[in-house]
Design a binder for this molecule. Structure first.
Ligand SMILES: *Cc1c(COP(=O)(O)O)cnc(C)c1O
Length: 372
């Protein structure tokens, strides 16, 4: 079969993947080296240090799991939960629902704390669930709910869990690099992220970090982790061993070249500057869309700068509009999910997609398509 597909260059302004910087793409195109090559091993150490910087943590157990964000989620639950455990899961969108699936597939019971899509997790409800379930092992929630464009109060929720002697599991897939993910200040125990959102890397890796307490929990399990691939004690020998790295699986070498470069770029910019850029681009996008009479359904204090929900005006065809943006402008925005399906678009300003060029192109293109 000949290669007849015309591969386009897009402007990626959906819920991820986001635009990848040419520096990251160039890093990815380096000649592949062995995954136990001394240069590769030195890069693994740098990636761990850079991830500790991004997560604002001193956790020794910080590394990228091979696989997308969903694999990081699965790694957290599979390692921390054993059959018969109880986990409190806060859900205000798609990904809280996925956490429940993970908990149950570990043989544990999920106590759900639900909030409406478009609203943050209510810490009062979480506190009530903690009081009602004192034997629960952990509290899990999504910091930046990509399906609803909403930020929850991670410091408050992790604090509630810690006060009750429970661990906290935090989904930071969309938050890392876009807003502050302060793992140590929050006292979070297991946090996972992804590369293709605000880190602006191709998809396929899931940075995770585990507190010493979470690592102890894994070490003192009564049963084996049911997933061989995700068993932290085995992967750790590959990622953590000082000079004693043993083969576990073949790390995706070129994907790690990309992550290394993307993290160096984040370090060069500085975390605070990256957060400020996302916040400023969000303000400009919101102002631009509102000038054309469009509205953002999420209350301003709860909005994620990197993922903007925009109400679809009455009488406008959702799918057709997105298709025209793609065909005529090479611009990808996201459709709504769940409660927002057909009702809102999701406009991402993640990582390299959080620039004035993206904001102005998006506002102008959307206005053009809607006016015609
Ligand atoms: C994208 C996303 C995930 C899943 O990540 P994948 O890389 O698609 O597996 C999990 N949680 C949140 C909040 C996300 O936005």
């Amino acid at each position: 079969m000949s290669n007849a597909l015309q591969f386009p260059t897009r402007m990626l302004m959906g819920p991820g993947p986001s635009d990848v910087h040419p520096r990251v793409l160039a890093a990815m195109a380096r000649p592949t080296i062995g995954h136990l090559d001394p240069v590769f091993v030195a890069m693994m150490d740098e990636i761990k240090d850079l991830l500790r910087f991004a997560f604002q943590t001193k956790n020794a157990m910080t590394f990228p799991v091979s696989g997308p964000g969903s694999v990081g989620m699965e790694a957290c639950f599979a390692n921390l939960l054993e059959p018969g455990d109880t986990a409190i899961v806060c859900a205000n969108g798609v990904f809280g629902g996925r956490m429940k699936e993970n908990v149950e597939r570990c043989g544990a019971a999920a106590v759900m704390v639900t909030d409406d899509w478009g609203k943050p997790v209510d810490p009062n409800k979480a506190e009530a669930a903690i009081k009602a379930n004192p034997g629960a092992k952990l509290l899990a929630f999504v910091h930046a709910e990509t399906s609803a464009g909403v930020k929850s109060d991670a410091a408050a929720l992790c604090g509630l869990a810690a006060n009750a002697g429970m661990m906290s599991v935090v989904d930071a897939v969309t938050s890392l690099g876009g807003i502050s993910v302060a793992v140590d200040n929050w006292g979070a125990d297991a946090v996972y992220s992804g590369t293709q959102k605000c880190l602006s890397c191709p998809p396929g890796l899931s940075p995770v970090t585990f507190s010493p307490r979470a690592v102890d929990t894994v070490k003192t399990r009564k049963t084996k982790v049911q997933s061989w691939f995700l068993d932290l004690s085995l992967v750790a020998a590959y990622w953590a061993g000082e000079g004693a790295r043993t083969y576990h699986h073949t790390a995706p070498v070129n994907a790690l070249f990309a992550l290394h470069e993307a993290l160096i770029m984040l370090h060069e910019e500085g975390l605070e500057n990256a957060w400020a850029r996302h916040a400023a681009m969000h303000q400009q996008l919101a102002a631009g869309l509102e000038r054309f009479g469009l509205t953002l359904p999420v209350a301003a204090p709860d909005r994620l700068p990197q993922l903007n929900l925009v109400s679809i005006p009455e009488g406008i065809d959702d799918a057709k509009t997105r298709r025209r943006l793609l065909d005529e402008f090479g611009l990808e925005i996201g459709g709504g999910l769940g409660a927002f399906a057909g009702k809102a678009w999701r406009i991402g300003l993640m990582g390299q997609s959080a620039t004035r060029r993206h904001v102005l192109t998006c506002v102008a293109a959307l206005a053009d398509v809607l006016q015609r």
